[in-house]
Design a protein around this ligand. Structure first.
Ligand code: COI
Length: 362
């Protein structure tokens, strides 16, 4: 039976004035809407107990498995308000499928795609007033579905009770400078993911383990950390929280191939499609750090950017490492901006949705 997420209304929702105040300066992931979606999976009976309920803390038993063994997965997508007031999701089926793939890797139950979509659509409808108007920027409602082992048990095994939930947060740009180019720290000490590990899954552990390198980068004036493959330390993989792409003078758009250790970004995939429509040649292949640095230094790689749901496309100013720095450019590159605009135009309904990527919610 499909889940329906019946509504229990928040008796004390935020006022229109309070929402306007938050929309005026939302930051990223700091404020949450009046409601959240929840469902519970139990070994034997499957999914149930679904609803959209007032946003509130969970009460967890101290022995709850996720607190000890990090059996958890999550997703990130956005709801966009179009000029006519309607609200749309961008390729949410891809997030649903990726959550299923992450769940399989973490031994969590798979949530059917239709239930994933129903949970998000119900929440976005109920809290529609929280989706900001874009007004030329990149304001949106960031949606965070997640699932965790919620069984009070300290044995190391797949949990027999699992909580799925969706929360939503009005957001502006992920990086406070917006489209201003950011520096990237290239770590030679830490790895993000190894062969057979959880690199392709969107699980909290990947992000927890990236923090130490992220902070090392921050100490060197960097906003994100770039990881090489764990086996050789030679090949470019992924940033702490997003994918990486470079553009050559000859018009190639190069990004590391999906090798099982890289997150299969929805934005990454969309950019590869859109870039070819803009006359670039997208190539997903193994690319060494040395190739990037040499070609940046020789002027052959002319642009680089981070990409993800949260970051959209954020230009790279400089790659920094213990061995030296490689400056790409202190201003956003022309092609980066062109792709970024093309993606945002699709998301905000300013361009025709020729790929069928948008799904109307309100
Ligand atoms: C996203 O882009 O949605 C992510 O989950 C990445 C995180 C840095 C917010």
């Amino acid at each position: 039976m499909p889940l329906t997420f019946p509504l229990t209304r928040n008796a004390a929702p935020a006022s229109t004035e309070r929402i306007a105040e938050i929309h005026a300066d939302p930051g990223f992931g700091a404020y949450f809407t009046d409601h959240m979606a929840v469902a519970t999976w139990r070994q034997g009976s499957g999914w149930g107990g679904d609803g959209v309920v007032p946003y509130a803390p969970f009460q967890l038993d101290p022995s709850c498995a996720v607190l000890h063994y990090a059996q958890e997965v999550f997703e990130g997508l956005k709801a966009y308000r179009h000029a006519d007031g309607s609200i749309w999701l961008f390729r949410p089926e891809r997030n649903a499928q990726r959550l299923q793939a992450s769940s399989r890797r973490l031994m969590l139950p798979e949530l059917p795609v239709e239930d994933f979509l129903a949970s998000i659509e119900q929440l976005v409808r109920v809290d529609a007033a929280w989706t900001p108007a874009a007004v030329g920027g990149e304001a949106s409602l960031y949606i965070r579905p997640f699932m965790f082992a919620n069984e009070p048990f300290l044995g190391v095994r797949a949990a027999q009770r699992v909580t799925y939930s969706v929360i939503a947060s009005p957001v502006g740009p992920y990086f406070p400078g917006g489209v201003k180019p950011v520096n990237i720290w290239v770590t030679d000490e830490y790895s993000r993911a190894g062969k057979g590990g959880t690199g392709a899954a969107k699980c909290g552990g990947n992000y927890a383990s990236s923090l130490i390198a992220q902070y090392e980068g921050a100490a060197h004036g960097c906003s994100q950390v770039l990881f090489a493959d764990a086996g050789t330390g030679v090949n470019t993989e992924e940033l702490g929280g997003m994918n990486i792409m470079v553009i050559t003078a000859e018009g190639e758009l190069i990004t590391p191939a999906l090798t099982g250790t890289i997150l299969e970004g929805v934005t990454r995939d969309s950019i590869l499609t859109v870039a070819s429509e803009l006359g670039l040649r997208p190539v997903a292949r193994t690319i060494t750090l040395a190739e990037i640095f040499d070609r940046v230094d020789s002027g052959d790689i002319i642009e680089a950017f981070a990409c993800g749901t949260a970051a959209v496309l954020t230009p790279v100013a400089e790659f920094r490492s213990r061995q030296g720095n490689h400056a790409v450019g202190s201003e956003p590159g022309e092609r980066t901006l062109q792709i970024r605009e093309a993606i945002l135009d699709l998301q905000y309904g300013r361009a025709e949705d020729t790929h069928g990527w948008l799904r109307r919610v309100v």
